[in-house]
Design a protein around this ligand. Sequence first.
Ligand code: UD1
Ligand code: UDP
Length: 374
Amino acid sequence: MTPLRRVLLVFGTRPEAIKMAPVIQQLQRSASRFEAIVAVTGQHREMLDQVLSLYGLAPDLDLDLMRHGQRPEEVLAQAVTGIGAAIRDLKPDAVLVQGDTTTTLAGALASFYEHVPIGHIEAGLRSDDKHAPFPEEVNRRLTTQVADMHFAPTAHARDRLLAEGVPAADVYVTGNTAVDALLAAAGIPNTPADERLASLAGGKGRFVLVTAHRRENWGVPMEAICSAVLDVLAAFDDLVVVFPVHRNPVVRDVVNRVLGANERVLLTEPLDYLTFLGMMRSATLIMSDSGGVQEEAPSLDVPVLVLRETTERPEALETGAIRLVGTTREGITRGALEVLGDPALYRRMAEAANPFGDGHAAERIVAVLEERLG
Ligand code: UD1
Ligand code: UDP
């Protein structure tokens, strides 16, 4: 009988948890060959716990690191040390990390120090600007340096890795597990608990869904994003805005100050994943600086205006599902007025296909683990 292979999955933030969940579930379906162990850093707390509870995931280890106003280097130092100790204790055959957060880099470095093979899910995304997204572009580049198996979501991401000299035999095009999670969630019925959200999700009224949290957007860009929201509302009488506000206090201060008093802006706590997907699906337009939202919205047929100067997801620019509108008040407002005022452009964006996956990424990742660890 083949011995069980122990796989340690390390994550710590909301988006990592959502994108890791399909891989955990796939490993659990292969329980005769794999033992899946979950270690969370707790880089996020409430926003991570929302996802853990949705999937009924009880981590085997929780470092519970989050502190308000934490700096990435503080999280990194504690997470590398904590994950390193966990690896020595648990002796996994491989460690999986996802994406580009501080936890991702910490998990990869800790495994490197312990000489344990590292699989990097969502490898090969590049903006070519080390300050945007900050510090994620550097996190994923450094993770590439120490990873042994690179799970690229698209052919484009694979080509970026090959161009940097990563051996072709270590790169696998799998699709993004975000699409696996989204397609699985689409089958779960959900009505928002909040009556106003339920009414909008039920088709009563046009609304723009907004999210913003990126560190490089703190300060002037975040003010501009909020002011642009007011400009867009002023241009369309019937429109309202739903803005689930990230828990970061730096983000909350600006959003509450600029938008808190406007009756047509509905500021909410971070929404649970199913409710958020429901709101995305019913939105007229999405304006966001999120990475995950750019990957999900094309499957939900809603155009996205990306509140950034650059994106590491050019595939969706090419299909036309997203548009980069930058981070100035004028640029964002102009972008929104163009899409909302041009039905043909709107339809082209909404109907663009999702280039990020087909819902089977986790199966491909686990198949590679079978081959590599077998
Ligand atoms: C992190 C990731 C970013 C990802 C984002 C997803 C890094 C460097 N950045 O950014 O890639 O897009 O998460 O949301 O890893 N907070 C809470 N409760 C929570 C979560 C956050 O109160 O559940 C507050 C805390 O005050 C915390 C702060 O938000 O200190 C910042 O959290 P942190 O994880 O450091 O950075 P993000 O900006 O959220
Ligand atoms: N999301 C959520 N609730 C919200 C906002 C976002 O569940 O209120 C989900 C969203 O569907 C996506 C992920 O969180 O799967 C994106 O997280 P975030 O924007 O925080 O991080 P990023 O993707 O930019 O790293």
